[in-house]
Design a protein around this ligand. Sequence first.
Ligand code: UTP
Length: 285
Amino acid sequence: MIKRCLFPAAGYGTRFLPATKAMPKEMLPVMAKPLIQYGVEEAVEAGMNIMAIITGRGKRAIEDHFDVSFELEHQIYGTPKEYLLQEIRALINQCTFTYTRQIEMKGLGDAIYKGRVLIGDEPFAVLLADDLCTNEDGDGILSQMVRVFNKYRCSIVAVQEVPMDQVHKYGVVAGKEIDEGLYMIDNMVEKPKADEAPSNLAIIGRYILTPDIFELIEQTEPGKGGEIQITDALMAQAKKGMVIAYKFKGKRFDCGSIDGFVEATNYFYEQSKKQNTKKTEKKSQ
Ligand code: UTP
């Protein structure tokens, strides 16, 4: 059973300045819910209940969000607005939240490595909250990945086909298709130019990692951009054993970019309008 989910959330979120000057990017709301809460809900749906969050300077709002605000509870108790706190209260009751800081932003690989003290020696999930994923037709992306993990017992990365002119923004993988939408990775390049990309299968912010990844990160030299890249450590893991890329079912919004964030907001707004219409129709029946 995978119980722990790691949330690297130490980045500066420079694409959202000035909003992210004093507020973490992960707390930006789509509708009335912060990005990181969507992520925690996805992890809970996949059976996880220990959330390990890698924070940095200026990220205290995340800790406060997953804590009880007694003053607010007192104010809102018994009022018609109390239901607005139901979802977050349920998460706080179901989960344990643990935190550690990444002191210097040395890359995603380093942020994951900092999580070692919170994870221990067991397989775990990694969720980048600025990739907002949803699947209106069934299970969430992490749940789908847990199923793949239970079958293959190796590290799994979620991938999506992207246009070739976008591959330079992602870690890109290639490999042999071993089952529908499942690839045994034999090549992986971080942010390649279009003519150097091994495919158009881009890694998005969902991973299941086996704990030997920590030692491999330790041995990983700084790569693209002078950062410790998780893709380099995963490539070493793929060479030693097996890493699988999983083409997930559902939608993903890149909420680390303004375009993706606006798309997500429009999508979730339309979804909530549909739900409200359904509710009104039911009531009037
Ligand atoms: P991004 O590449 O989106 O960087 O990181 P960023 O700093 O968050 O945003 P921009 O590009 O400046 O706008 C991808 C994910 O990895 C985490 C980030 O918090 C984000 O969730 N990350 C990245 C870390 O936790 N530490 C790092 O050193 C780098």
